[in-house]
Structure formats: C-alpha cells, structure tokens
Design a protein around this ligand. Structure first.
Ligand SMILES: Nc1ncnc2c1ncn2[C@@H]1O[C@H](COP(=O)(O)OP(=O)(O)OP(=O)(O)O)[C@@H](O)[C@H]1O
Length: 328
C-alpha cells in the first residue's frame, strides 16, 4: 500500500477557474519526487491541501491509514507528520539557530530537546552555527535552519515549496545535493516543488509534471525526456526544432549532427558562446529558424551547413495545439 496517497483532488478558488483538476499521485515511504510546473499551475495549492492547510472541493489525502483533514474538518489545521516548507518560512530573528530548531519541541522534556537539536545540527552541518543569529547566516544556511526546524519534530513527510528560489545557482545545487543525501539517510518522504527543471532533476529522477492544474505526465526523467506525451513536457527539457515535412515531429538541438554536405541545408545566422557548446541559430530552406548545438565550436555566422540526425531521436507527438507552437 502506498504511503502518501493523493486521490482525485480538485479545487477551484473562483468559479470557472480550476486550480487543480482530478489530481492523483502516490509516494512510497522514503520516496523523493520532484513536482514541476510553471507559475500558476497549482503546485502550492496542491502542497497546502496535502498538508491539511487548504480546503479542497473534491478528493482525499491519506498518510498511511490516516485521512488528512482540511481546515473545514479540523479545529487546528495542519499535522506534525506533514511539514510544509516554503521560501517565506521566517526564522525568529532574536533566537539563535539552536533555539529556532528547538522551538517546535517546547512541549517535550529538556533532555530530548537538546538531543534532537544536536542531532539536527550535526545532520545539517550547522553545529558551529548553533549560537549564531539568523542575520549572521547566508541565505542557504537560513533555509537549512528552516528545514531543520521543520524536521525537529520528526515529520513523516516534507513538502518543499520552492524553498531555495532566493539562492544563487551554485548555493542551490549544493544545498539540494546535501539535502538529498540526508533525506535518503533518514528515509524521509519528500515532495519537492519547483518551476525549474534543473533543480527538479538535481533532487530526484522521479518527476510529476503539472500544467494548468492537471498532471500531464509522471515517471522517470529519462523516459519523459525520450517519450514526452505533450508538447509542454517535451519543451521543458530543451528547445524543439519543428521538422516541417513530418507532422508532429521535432528534433532537439543536442541531437543534431552538423555536416559539410548532405541533406537539410541551412545558413548560420547567429552564434552564441555557451558553456558546453556554441548555440547556432540556423535559417532553414522554408524560413524556419532552428537551434543547433555546435559542440566542436567550428561553425561561423554566414556559413552554409547541413543537418542530420538519427530518426530514433525525433520527438513525435500525436497532438500539438497550434497555441503551443512559437509564432515566427
Ligand atoms: N487564495 C487564492 N485565491 C484565489 N485564487 C488563488 C488563490 N491561491 C491561488 N490561486 C489561483 O490558483 C491557481 C494556482 O495557484 P498556485 O499558487 O497553486 O500555483 P503555483 O503553481 O504554486 O504558482 P507559483 O509557482 O507562481 O507559486 C492560480 O491561478 C492562482 O491565481
């Protein structure tokens, strides 16, 4: 039996606009899943409903055998077993790191509190910061303290709602890697919400993709990358070049081979130096604009090149709405 079960959840804030539509998903104990979706796709609403902090119109959430009650069904909303952490989780500015982490443990005896705080500080590599105040910490360290505070009462499930969006890319990657190792070690069940695919992949290879309140695809990242079912999921991973003589077929810039002669002629109109390759903009015979990765960095603006690719690498979609495609 699944551990965290979200069953057929729907939610409308205003009549006529769906925030969530028939959302079902399950997490096993110790599973870490990244939930990705653009702004307004319903990610925060879903996490709040899972945590018992928002009222859904339909559907249920279970943690093991326990049904999670929403604020209309329970006097004090929320559960110690399910902790929601977001960017706005402010620390108490006049309390030290140690005091912040021990705050939720006030009703426990002193010895247990001290032991738990010590353990969390060690786990998060924050022992030397125990007596410091939040203002003396970096943004990443403050977020770690917020997570430590949520973990102090030993929750079963952590729901992370873009908690690192204020951090720079390097800080964020290091923190995600560090936390992932801790979650594995503690067998913590985690749903990590982000709008950034790189962050999602750093945290977990198991993805759930949300678009306009609906789950459009879920599974292993590699499978979604190679076999996306919608244009939106395909486009999350990279730019897609439209293969004009094949309906619903696309080729990713990284899957294109650049040749001196052959088929698919094009003219390089722009070259951008990126970390792992030069990104070329190529004008194709019918005026289509393609993006191509020049890994050898040999092509120049104005050059005529020929493009080739393995047919197996083509992304073929059975339905593409004209609204999805770029207008050019
Ligand atoms: N309290 C509210 N009252 C009315 N509408 C709301 C409320 N909260 C969210 N919504 C609407 O519900 C939809 C989903 O919002 P939600 O915040 O869950 O999305 P999100 O994916 O978390 O977005 P973001 O990444 O920008 O935080 C949006 O259209 C939003 O405008």
């Amino acid at each position: 039996m699944s551990y965290l079960k979200v069953s057929d959840i729907s939610k409308q804030y205003d009549q006529g606009s769906d925030a969530l539509v028939n959302i079902s998903l399950t997490l096993e104990k110790g599973e870490v899943v990244s939930l990705i979706g653009e702004s307004g796709s319903g990610k925060s609403t879903l996490l709040k409903i899972i945590a018992g902090l928002e009222v859904q119109d339909r559907g249920e959430v279970y943690l093991g055998e326990t049904r999670i009650l929403n604020p209309s069904q329970k006097l004090v909303s929320g559960y110690d077993e399910i902790k929601l952490i977001h960017q706005g989780n402010h620390l108490y500015p006049n309390s030290t790191v140690g005091e912040n982490i021990s705050r939720p443990l006030l009703m426990y005896d002193k010895a247990y509190r001290e032991e738990r705080v010590k353990l969390i500080l060690e786990m998060l590599n924050l022992t030397s910061f125990e007596d410091k105040y939040p203002r003396q910490l970096s943004g990443g360290q403050q977020q770690k303290v917020a997570i430590g505070r949520a973990m102090s009462i030993e929750p079963e499930v952590l729901l992370l709602d873009e908690p690192f969006s204020s951090l720079d890319t390097i800080q964020k990657r290091e923190l995600i890697e560090e936390l992932r190792a801790i979650f594995d070690q503690m067998q913590m069940t985690v749903l990590f919400v982000t709008h950034d695919l790189d962050d999602a992949l750093m945290m977990s290879g198991n993805l759930v993709i949300l678009q306009k309140g609906k789950i459009v695809q879920e599974g292993k990242a590699e499978d979604i990358f190679r076999n996306p079912t919608t244009y939106y999921t395909a486009k999350l991973f990279s730019h897609l070049n439209i293969i004009s003589d094949k309906e619903g077929a696309f080729i990713r810039p990284m899957d294109i081979l650049i040749k001196n002669k052959g088929r698919n002629p094009g003219k390089v109109s722009e070259k951008k130096f990126l970390i792992h390759f030069n990104q070329l903009t190529v004008i194709m015979p019918e005026g289509e604009i393609w993006k191509v990765e020049d890994k050898e960095r040999t092509c120049e603006v104005g050059e005529d090149i020929y493009l080739d690719w393995d047919k197996n690498k083509e992304v073929c979609l059975s339905f593409v709405s004209s609204d999805d495609l770029p207008t050019s």
